[in-house]
Design a protein around this ligand. Structure first.
Ligand code: PEP
Length: 254
């Protein structure tokens, strides 16, 4: 089995002013700077990206944006292009988060276009997917996640897929305090990896990191990370405090 570097990312969503973002990132630098063997990224809101980038210079913590638009420039009021994100120091961009799909009309097709635009600008992508509670209860988890993978990755070859990290985030677990059990999460992660193998190759599928997201805390991270196909976490609520996020990043020490 291939060794995949664990990857913990904090999605700050629509939280933190620039001042608050800087305060958090300074505390994070102090608490996780010497942690090795784990990749870390934080995703502040657009307004705080550049300030956080400057504060992160010289550290190994990566900067991520929470979204982008797929056009290069033009009359798209309120949107932000891949180049703009690159310019302010972003390394990653989160695409297809369930809140974007639910509240802002994102579809597999627009997710696919966004991923393509991000990769074209040299950004790495955290590509989110996951089923709703209703879909799970109706036994549709695998068909929904399968459709999201294939739709989001449509027309991508081996070069593109290497720039992508997948985040499996069951919608019923996001911000609800209801985490998927390690077994429930592992079952879907295994399914995703098998689907990637079918779409690409065993080697490629083994190399792709799949994060879990949905009410991850310092208390449940260890159990999740002990699963064979869980390679990290996309953390919402618990990433807003340095104390909880740094404990999650330090999961190996537990
Ligand atoms: C998220 O929004 O990506 C997320 C997983 O949120 P939370 O950790 O708060 O459930």
């Amino acid at each position: 089995m291939m060794d995949r570097l664990p990857f913990i990312a904090g999605n700050w969503k629509m939280n933190k002013t620039v001042g608050e973002a800087l305060d958090l990132v300074r505390k994070l630098k102090a608490s996780i700077s010497e942690v090795e063997g784990v990749e870390v990224a934080v995703a502040p809101s657009f307004t705080a990206l550049y300030a956080v980038y400057k504060e992160l210079e010289g550290t190994s913590i990566h900067l991520a944006a929470q979204n982008l638009f797929y056009e290069e420039q033009g009359a798209y009021t309120g949107e932000v292009s891949p180049m703009m994100l690159k310019e302010v120091g972003c390394h990653y961009v989160i695409i297809g988060h369930s809140e974007r799909r639910q509240f802002f009309g994102e579809t597999d097709e627009t997710v696919n276009r966004r991923i393509k635009a991000a990769l074209g600008q040299g950004l790495k992508v955290i590509f989110c997917m996951g089923e709703t509670l209703k879909e799970r209860e109706e036994g549709k988890t695998f068909s929904v996640v399968g459709r999201q993978i294939e739709g989001g990755l449509r027309r991508f070859g081996e070069i593109e897929i290497k720039g992508i990290v997948i985040a499996y985030e069951p919608v019923w677990a996001i911000g609800t305090g209801k985490t998927a059990t390690p077994d429930q999460a592992e079952e879907v992660h295994r399914f995703i990896r098998e689907r990637l193998e079918r779409l690409y190759s065993r080697e490629i599928a083994q190399g792709i990191r799949i994060q879990y997201g949905g009410s991850v805390t310092p208390e449940n991270i260890k159990g999740l990370m002990s699963q064979e196909n869980i390679d990290g976490a996309l953390v919402g609520g618990a990433s807003l405090k340095a104390e909880t996020f740094s404990k999650i990043v330090r999961f190996k020490e537990m």
